[in-house]
Design a protein around this ligand. Structure first.
Ligand code: ATP
Length: 296
């Protein structure tokens, strides 16, 4: 029994970590099928997709544990093909939004709708196929770099993989390593920095080409050249897609259709960059603070 218990326990821990960082879910779900927290409703239907679906939160309440509410009545819309950004202090509940959209957990009350359909009425498979997530920390498989990129769309051709890597600006680095795309990733192979891993995640998402994108911007600082390059790629990938950006750097959100400022599970301010600056409150002081830090 002990022998069985240890690996299962380990897998459970791994699963929780992966769920927390929103990575490489499908493979883990296969492994951990019995541990899913949400199940398809008996009459679940596949998501009926327009090219650019609207994403809507209607009065969403959520708690990981019943005695500690995390989201307290959140309502917002990401219009079809537009980008909405979420900012706010650590622990405000920003990443929780992404976990709920992907339906790792179900909301306690209210609803999340995609193209007008409550995501609890959809098959999880169709829901997850429609969403691409670039997480804060990308977990890579101990396999070739080509496999890691193609993970976004199994069966992708070598040419498609190279195109995605080029668009995510990671091709040059791969091409420079002795075995190119056949180089293994990991301890004894290609070691990737945080920024490079995030570019692999972008390449995956570009290959997957889903109508809904979620970017959970890395909290850890990248060097500014890396950061600018990644931001440009993200912006390109987001064009014409329904996109939610969870941002830590305000420079990412300036062009968003709407910016939501969250604190303690509530939206405390909302508007465009210009509107929020004119308001002269929370967002405006966050902006001033980041500008000062950047100038130091
Ligand atoms: P950051 O900017 O630091 O990433 P965030 O705004 O994204 O923060 P969340 O990760 O959404 O914050 O977390 C919101 C709250 O929920 C935090 O207080 C966190 O401790 C709690 N929380 C997050 N994940 C879990 C979990 N799996 N179980 C219990 N509580 C959790």
């Amino acid at each position: 029994m002990i022998q069985l218990y240890i690996p299962l326990n380990f897998l459970g821990t791994l699963y929780r970590e992966i769920k927390q960082s929103l990575t490489d879910l499908d493979r883990m779900f296969v492994l951990m099928d019995q541990q899913r927290e949400v199940a398809d409703a008996p009459a679940a239907q596949p998501l009926a997709l327009q090219a650019e679906p609207e994403l809507r939160f209607d009065d969403v309440h959520f708690a990981y544990h019943p005695d500690r509410p995390i989201l307290q009545g959140l309502s917002f819309v990401v219009p079809a093909g537009k980008t909405v950004a979420v900012v706010g202090p650590s622990g405000a509940g920003k990443s929780t939004l992404a976990r709920l959209i992907f339906r790792f957990y179900d909301v306690q009350s209210g609803a999340i709708r995609i193209a007008g359909q409550d995501i609890r009425d959809l098959t999880q498979d169709s829901l997850r196929r429609a969403i691409g997530i670039v997480p804060q920390d990308t977990v890579l498989f101990n396999d070739t770099i080509a496999y890691n990129i193609a993970y976004g769309r199994p069966g992708a051709s070598q040419e498609e993989i190279v195109q995605a890597a080029q668009a995510a600006r990671i091709h040059a680095m791969i091409a420079a390593s002795p075995e190119g795309y056949a180089t293994r990733v990991g301890e004894r192979g290609l070691k990737l920095s945080g920024g490079e891993k995030q570019r692999v995640a972008i390449a995956r998402t570009l290959l997957k080409n889903p109508p809904i994108l979620i970017f959970d911007e890395a909290t850890s600082a990248l060097d500014s050249a890396n950061e600018r390059a990644i931001q440009q790629e993200l912006q390109k990938a987001a064009q014409g897609k329904t996109t939610l950006v969870i941002a830590h750097r305000l420079s990412t959100v300036v062009d968003a259709h709407e910016i939501l400022v969250m604190d303690a599970g509530r939206i405390v301010e909302r508007g465009t960059h210009a509107q929020l600056l004119a308001l002269g409150a929370r967002y405006a002081s966050m902006w001033a603070l980041q500008r000062n830090q950047a100038q130091q």
